[in-house]
Design a binder for this molecule. Structure first.
Ligand SMILES: Nc1ncnc2c1ncn2[C@@H]1O[C@H](COP(=O)(O)OP(=O)(O)OP(=O)(O)O)[C@@H](O)[C@H]1O
Length: 314
């Protein structure tokens, strides 16, 4: 159920001390203020200056002022988030930001127990709708987890059940300023169109959408966790690298599951639906020892090497 910001933090018990990822926008400004109040002396902040926009300096100076006012130690790091060919600029910025957050936290506060991010219930609904708009499978529909481990850190999103408007109201009630990201109103980005056009319509037509959509995302996440377990078991059966005969003996659904899992877990590659279908069609044709298999997947090729499949970057 949707909660107030204070209820959400009352139910949050992070290891202490911890690091807040502070962009300077409304959500992380509110998160930092509320955490500093609740856990005095136990909160640190990292701001990533990613030089993508002219407004970046304004964000940094807001973060410096806010942290000085709250007596929260702040580390500012600079990243160059130029997208790789074929990567979206927002995606490149997000990946670079998460890596920089982990690195800065490690450099400055190696004793910290976790990193806390400020995404809220509206961000979660937007993420789910973006996944649907791209025809995503279960991993995309599972949306954002409230807690996970990566790069040696525990990551938390304690505000996932708080409505975006409530976060801003919480700040207004305290007279606390924040910096508005000018790109948030740019409707050439799908997320911003969803925020400006779809969420207001959903609020009218389906007032409980934040709760019900979050439940669907949680169901998808649970099913995906089960599929991950099954995929790991099946990969163990087919071996590493995967044996062609063992792959061919699987049902189409298991074969698709284990091929995705192999490419993702071993090579950090996510095949498109068309690439996976083509790979399965080629496996079905692989009836003789001499049959060649060669297919572009992600930034490399899947090839037949004797009795097994291999993936190599280009
Ligand atoms: N430049 C940054 N430096 C540090 N943390 C960041 C930065 N940008 C985003 N984050 C963290 O990642 C979360 C999600 O980022 P996203 O870009 O979706 O939000 P945002 O619109 O910047 O949020 P906010 O309203 O807090 O600014 C933020 O709430 C914040 O905790």
């Amino acid at each position: 159920m949707t909660q107030s910001l204070d209820q959400a933090l009352a139910g949050f018990s992070p290891g202490l001390p911890f690091v807040v990822a502070l962009s300077g926008g409304a959500d992380s400004t509110a998160l930092l203020c509320a955490c500093a109040e609740r856990w005095p002396g136990q909160v640190r902040a990292v701001h990533v200056h990613h030089g993508l926009q002219a407004a970046a300096d304004g964000f940094e100076s807001h973060c410096r002022q806010l942290c000085a006012q709250l007596h929260v130690p702040l580390a500012v790091c600079h990243v160059d988030a130029r997208p790789a060919p074929g990567q979206s600029p927002e995606d490149a910025a997000r990946r670079a930001r998460y890596a920089a957050l982990a690195e800065a936290a490690q450099d400055h506060w190696p004793d910290a127990k976790g990193i806390v991010l400020a995404q809220h219930a509206d961000d979660q609904v937007e993420t789910l709708l973006i996944a649907l708009s791209r025809g995503a499978g279960l991993p995309g529909l599972a949306s954002m987890p409230a807690h996970w481990a990566r790069a040696g850190w525990q990551w938390h999103r304690p505000l996932l059940q708080v409505a975006g408007a409530d976060v801003r109201q919480w700040l207004r009630d305290r007279g606390q300023a924040w910096v508005e990201d000018p790109t948030n109103s740019d409707e050439q980005f799908t997320r911003n169109r969803i925020r400006a056009q779809v969420l207001p319509a959903l609020a009218q037509a389906l007032p409980a959408f934040r709760d019900t959509f979050a439940r669907s995302a949680a169901h998808a996440a649970q099913a995906q966790a089960l599929l991950d377990e099954l995929a790991a078991e099946v990969l163990e059966q087919v071996g590493l690298p995967p044996a062609i005969a063992a792959l061919r003996a699987l049902s189409p659904a298991r074969q698709a599951l284990v091929l995705r899992h192999w490419l993702k877990s071993q090579h950090q590659v996510t095949p498109s639906t068309a690439q996976l279908q083509e790979l399965q069609a080629q496996l079905a044709d692989c009836t003789t020892r001499g049959h060649r298999l060669h297919l572009k997947v992600g930034g490399g090729f899947v090839r037949r090497e004797g009795d097994v499949l291999n993936w190599q970057p280009v």
